[in-house]
Design a protein around this ligand. Sequence first.
Ligand SMILES: Cc1cc2nc3c(=O)[nH]c(=O)nc-3n(C[C@H](O)[C@H](O)[C@H](O)COP(=O)(O)OP(=O)(O)OC[C@H]3O[C@@H](n4cnc5c(N)ncnc54)[C@H](O)[C@@H]3O)c2cc1C
Ligand code: FES
Length: 384
Amino acid sequence: MNSVERMFVPAQQVEDRLSNAGTWETGTTIWASSEAQILTCARVVDETHDVKSFEFRVGDGTPVRFEPGQFMTVSASVQGQTVQRCYTISSPPTRPYLLSITVKRVPGGTMSNWLHDNMKPGSQLRAFGPSGSFTPTAAPSAQKSLYLSAGSGVTPLMSMTRASLDLGLDRDIVFVHSARTPADIVFRKELERLVALSPRLRTFFLCEGIGNENDWPAPTGRLTLQLLSQWVPDYAEREVFTCGPAGYMNAVQTVLREGGHDPAHYHQESFNFAANATADAAPAATAAPKCDAFQSQETFTVKLSRSSKTFTMSATETVLAAAKKAGVAIPSSCSQGICGTCKTKVLEGEVDMKHNGGIREREIQKGMRLLCCSRPTSDLVLEL
Ligand SMILES: Cc1cc2nc3c(=O)[nH]c(=O)nc-3n(C[C@H](O)[C@H](O)[C@H](O)COP(=O)(O)OP(=O)(O)OC[C@H]3O[C@@H](n4cnc5c(N)ncnc54)[C@H](O)[C@@H]3O)c2cc1C
Ligand code: FES
């Protein structure tokens, strides 16, 4: 099964839904994913010892339309380099005046540490508009949902949960969140409060260890089929939304497959921390099955039209990874063909691109490509 292909719908479809007045919020502004706006930090909330939420006004305070589960791409100058990263909008679209992102401080991470150390009320940040199709509108007729998250993967599911409750949808939601220890559970108090308000929302927390919480009442360890069956006996009937580190999501998929859950009702989003770090040396998480070109030892030349730089690369690498290795700075964020940050015009030559909705058909027709998920099949000239 290629769940990644299934979970993402083309950007155009998302845009169509967003421009439809019957979505989450009317009277709000559509902030395009290609449009930069200035965010002004209104509040910073300490969620756990290493997770903070940052609440922002967008532009002059205009209410913004988006769908629960979508992300925005923030951009900052860190040590003289422009860095861009995607962050899920953890607030719900039902609260369109103040958009929040909830960021885990990643040891050694560029943007997460910069945000934690620099964002204060009144600080400003550049960002590109909401994007992504990991949202419940991907399954509008689902009566029962199962949200499975780990670590900071809680954020899109939190936006979905908050939206559902704000709208009084009274959806049947079971939210199973995994964390390292009880102290690492993001939004724990709020989720407990929401459960008390809504009889159709149930939450289960699963921690690897108890940390300092000696009276932790729940099981410890990782999610197993036995535990899932005990907590959510009707899991097979539920629309599943999963977000967390790649290893967690692989484990979840194995558990669900063993339990006979229909993959057509499975959606996932990866935050893919490692891919940014390793200069995209690893293939994008959504890499297609190996084709002949991937197995070949062929090398190609890539020429940059504006800077006149040239480098050679193997057919097995993504253009973004090879450019970074060659010391060419190309803006990038998700490394998965989702966010559109690395969109670049290919002036000459061909690439094999496997994207995940971060580019529209009309942009492809104009010669644009996402370099993080494109491998060359000939020499290239890029508009860079
Ligand atoms: C769609 C989407 C939504 C997301 N939503 C959220 C969210 O809601 N909350 C959230 O916290 N995150 C979210 N992320 C992840 C986020 O975009 C960043 O990837 C994350 O914050 C880490 O970025 P960073 O710049 O701090 O770390 P990076 O600088 O990208 O580094 C990541 C890791 O790599 C290591 N590293 C860095 N450089 C090197 C090197 N040269 N060699 C070896 N290791 C290195 C770092 O130590 C660190 O462990 C999301 C990602 C996506 C794609
Ligand atoms: S970096 Fe996000 S689409 Fe390429």
